[in-house]
Design a binder for this molecule. Structure first.
Ligand SMILES: [Zn+2]
Length: 264
């Protein structure tokens, strides 16, 4: 079943106004990213009520009660999230081993990273350049491993975000990222005449691989230039401001840690 540790580029499947991860769908999970047709799922662009309504509608569509969220701060903190928080903790990664819980992070160019093992644990992280440089994906996998997850049975999906086609950074940031990531920044940062490209997909894939994650799927979809109907902060003049939601959940009817039949 495992395809090994090399990242596999696999376009996420369009399903109505969602993009879904084929690799995580094969585990019986609801896992994907919302398009602009679903509205803005958070942030200041929509009223808090409208965004909350959009999240509830999404959750119900997928067979859940609501989306469990945290206050994203471009950091590396990971929290266990078994039910919606009354007060959202500051964190950029969250995970659970419960069925019937839909986890979500908002993004509009930052990377949504979805992770699952084969024993019922699921997690999600939000990683822009800052979270990527702070290794939030590694922290998420480590938190799940500390609870007993085996990384050789883990599947991770790197969702739509700003791609290497559209993302360069300045020398100060290059130095900061290299300082934080060391050799894991070597491949993802490429100097070009236009500046240094920071490939967030390969940077996060390298981190997941370093943690021993067995199967890594990369959607390879750029929020700014893919032509798909996605929120992109860098295309806000053209598309408006809004946030998509990267989500992952195991529906209650799937029966918790019971083996899940492939849906293929
Ligand atoms: Zn692009």
């Amino acid at each position: 079943m495992s395809v090994g540790a090399r990242p596999q580029v696999s376009a996420w499947r369009r399903e109505g106004d969602l993009l879904v991860s084929p690799a995580l769908e094969r585990l019986g999970l609801a896992a994907g990213f919302t398009t602009r047709a679903r509205g803005s799922l958070g942030g200041a662009a929509a009223s808090p009520d409208a965004a909350a309504r959009a999240r509830s509608e999404l959750a119900r569509t997928l067979g859940f009660d609501d989306v469990v969220r945290v206050k994203q701060v471009h950091g590396d903190r990971v929290v266990k999230a078994d039910a919606p928080f009354a007060v959202w903790p500051e964190a950029d990664g969250l995970w659970t081993d419960r069925v019937g819980v839909l986890l979500g992070v908002t993004a509009a160019d930052c990377v949504p990273i979805l992770v699952a093992d084969r024993a019922g644990r699921i997690g999600v992280a939000h990683a822009g350049w800052e979270g990527t440089s702070r290794s939030v994906a590694r922290r998420l996998v480590a938190a799940m491993r500390e609870s007993g997850a085996e990384t050789r049975h883990m599947v991770a999906a790197i969702g739509p975000s700003i791609g290497p086609c559209c993302y360069t950074i300045g020398p100060d940031r290059v130095a900061l990222i290299r300082g934080r990531l060391g050799p894991l920044a070597d491949d993802p940062i490429r100097e070009t005449p236009e500046g240094a490209v920071f490939d967030l997909w390969s940077a996060n894939a390298a981190q997941l691989r370093a943690e021993g994650v067995a199967e890594i799927e990369v959607a390879g979809t750029c929020t700014r230039s893919s032509g798909l109907d996605l929120w992109s902060y860098r295309a806000r003049d053209r598309m408006g401001l809004g946030l998509g939601l990267g989500f992952i959940g195991r529906r209650a009817r799937d029966g918790g840690s019971a083996p899940v039949a492939p849906t293929k």
